[in-house]
Design a protein around this ligand. Structure first.
Ligand code: SF4
Length: 412
C-alpha cells in the first residue's frame, strides 16, 4: 500500500513504490558550516538518503546556500512560524522545505510559499504535530486524538490542493506510538500522497529506538510509509540513521551492509560472547555487502539455526568453529575465532565470493562439532530426520490398510 503519488527530493524518489528513504536531521547550529557539513558527511556515510537542517534564522539561510551546494545528499530546510524564511530557503536551493501550514501565518502566506515552490519545482513536506493542532480541533483532540490528527492532516492536504499544489509529502507527528500507528493507517487510505513516518521525541537511543521500531515497523510491515526518520536524543545523528536501517533491514525492505545474527546466550555459554559479538559488529562496519554473519554461543544445537548464514562462529571454552552455509570450515582456538572468521570472509571476497574450503580442516571441524553437540538436543537436523522417519512410518501404515474394509491389519 505504498502511496499512489511520487515526489522527488533532489534525485531521491519518495513514494509511488520507491524504496523507503532514510532521513535524519542535523543537530548542529546550521550556520556553523564546518560542524553542519561534518555531520552531514557522517550521516551520508551511515546511509542517510536525505538530511534535514533547522533554519530558524537568516544566518542559517545564508549557510543553506553552501550546504545545498556541498552536501552529498539532498537537503530539506526545516521551517517553523516564518514564511519569509521558507521563501528564502527555497531561493537558497533547498531540495525540499518542511513546514506546518498551521503555524506559518495563514493560507495567504502558505500560498506564497507554494507559488514559489511551484515556480522552482521544489517539493514541500507539510504536516501536523499532535502538540499544535488548530484550535477548532481541540475538543476532538480531547475526545479522539487519532481522528483529530488525521482531520488536521486532511485539512492541510485540502489546503494544498486548493492552492493547486500537489508536489508534497505529508507527516503526522505524535509522541504516542499507538496514535502514530492508528493515524497513519487511517490517513494512508484517505490521501494519495507520500507519507513521512516518525515518532516524535521518541527518547534516548535505547527507548527511542524501540518505540520507533514498534511504531514505524508496524506501519512499514503493512506497506505504509515512504520515508522515515528516527528521532533520538543524541547529538550523533548517524545513530538515527543506523536505527532506521536496522528497521528496514529487519523487514527486508532494503539491504545495506552485513546482517549480524547472535544468539541470546544462556547458561551453556563458556566464553565472553559480549566481547566477541561487539568485535564482530565493529569489524563488519568495514563491509558494504549484505552478507549474513552469525555468532552462536555454543554448539549444543549444532549450527542448524544459523544454517543460512554466509559465515558464522560457534564457541566453546578453549576451541570454537567457523562455518559457512551450515557447513563446518575449520576449528580454531577461541581467542582466534574473530580474526580467523574475518580471514575467511576476506578470502571469500578475494575469490569472487566463493567460499574457500579445505577438506582436511573441515573434517576436523566436523569431528569437533560432533563431540560438542548435545546428543539429546533437538537440532533442526535431528528434527528433520525424525520427521522423515515419521513420514516413512505413516506411508507404510497406509499401505497396510485394507482397501475393502478400511480396517488396519496389525503389522508384525
Ligand atoms: S547457542 Fe548455546 S549459548 Fe547460545 S542461546 Fe543457544 S544454547 Fe545458549
Amino acid at each position: 500500500m505504498a502511496s499512489e503519488r511520487q515526489i522527488n527530493v533532489g534525485p531521491v524518489a519518495i513514494g509511488g513504490g520507491a524504496p523507503v528513504a532514510v532521513q535524519t536531521m542535523t543537530k548542529t547550529e546550521t550556520a556553523d558550516l564546518s560542524a553542519t557539513m561534518a555531520q552531514i558527511r557522517r550521516v551520508a556515510e551511515a546511509g542517510a538518503d536525505i538530511v534535514r537542517v533547522a533554519v530558524p534564522r537568516d544566518r542559517d539561510v545564508e549557510a543553506l546556500k553552501t550546504i545545498v551546494r556541498d552536501s552529498p545528499i539532498p537537503v530539506i530546510a526545516d521551517i517553523h512560524f516564518n514564511h519569509t524564511l521558507a521563501l528564502k530557503a527555497l531561493e537558497a536551493g533547498a531540495h525540499c522545505v518542511r513546514l506546518n501550514p498551521g503555524n506559518i501565518g495563514g493560507p495567504d502566506k502558505v500560498a506564497e510559499v507554494t507559488a514559489l515552490a511551484t515556480r522552482l519545482g521544489t517539493p514541500l513536506r507539510v504536516g501536523v504535530n499532535s502538540g499544535s493542532l488548530p484550535a477548532h480541533l481541540r475538543q476532538l483532540e480531547y475526545d479522539n486524538p487519532v481522528e483529530a490528527l488525521v482531520t488536521a492532516a486532511v485539512e492541510t492536504v485540502e489546503l494544498m490542493e486548493r492552492l493547486d499544489f500537489q508536489n508534497f509529502k505529508v507527516s503526522m507527528k505524535s509522541t504516542s506510538v499507538p496514535n502514530t500507528i492508528a493515524a497513519n493507517r487511517l490517513l494512508s487510505v484517505r490521501i494519495p500522497y507520500p507519507l513521512h513516518l516518525g515518532v516524535t521525541e521518541a527518547g534516548t537511543k535505547w527507548s527511542g529506538s524501540l518505540k520507533s521500531a514498534v511504531g514505524l515497523g508496524t506501519l512499514l510491515a503493512d506497506g505504509i510509509g515512504d520515508t522515515i526518520r528516527i528521532s533520538l536524543s543524541t547529538f550523533h545523528a548517524e545513530e538515527e540513521v543506523k536505527v532506521a536501517w536496522e528497521i528496514l533491514k529487519a523487514l527486508k525492505l532494503r539491504e545495506r551492509g552485513p546482517v549480524l545474527i547472535a544468539c541470546p546466550t544462556c547458561g551453556r555459554l563458556q566464553f565472553d560472547m559480549d566481547m566477541v559479538v561487539a568485535e564482530v559488529e565493529r569489524r563488519l562496519e568495514d563491509y558494504e555487502d549484505p552478507i549474513e554473519v552469525s555468532v552462536l554461543g555454543c554448539a549444543v544445537n549444532g549450527i542448524g539455526e544459523a544454517r543460512h548464514a554466509d559465515f558464522g562462529i560457534t564457541g566453546a571454552k578453549d576451541m570454537g568453529m567457523i562455518y559457512s552455509k551450515g557447513e563446518p570450515l575449520k576449528k580454531v582456538p577461541t581467542e582466534k575465532l574473530v580474526d580467523e572468521l574475518f580471514k575467511e570472509i576476506d578470502r571469500y571476497y578475494a575469490a569472487g565470493k566463493v567460499v574457500q574450503r579445505d577438506e582436511r580442516a573441515a573434517a576436523e571441524a566436523r569431528e569437533w562439532l560432533s563431540e560438542n553437540e548435545d546428543e539429546t538436543a533437538m537440532t533442526p537436523e535431528r528434527m528433520a530426520a525424525l520427521e522423515a522417519a515419521a513420514a516413512d512410518d505413516a506411508a507404510l501404515l497406509d499401505e497396510s490398510v485394507s482397501p475393502v474394509a478400511g480396517r488396519r491389519f496389525t503389522r508384525a
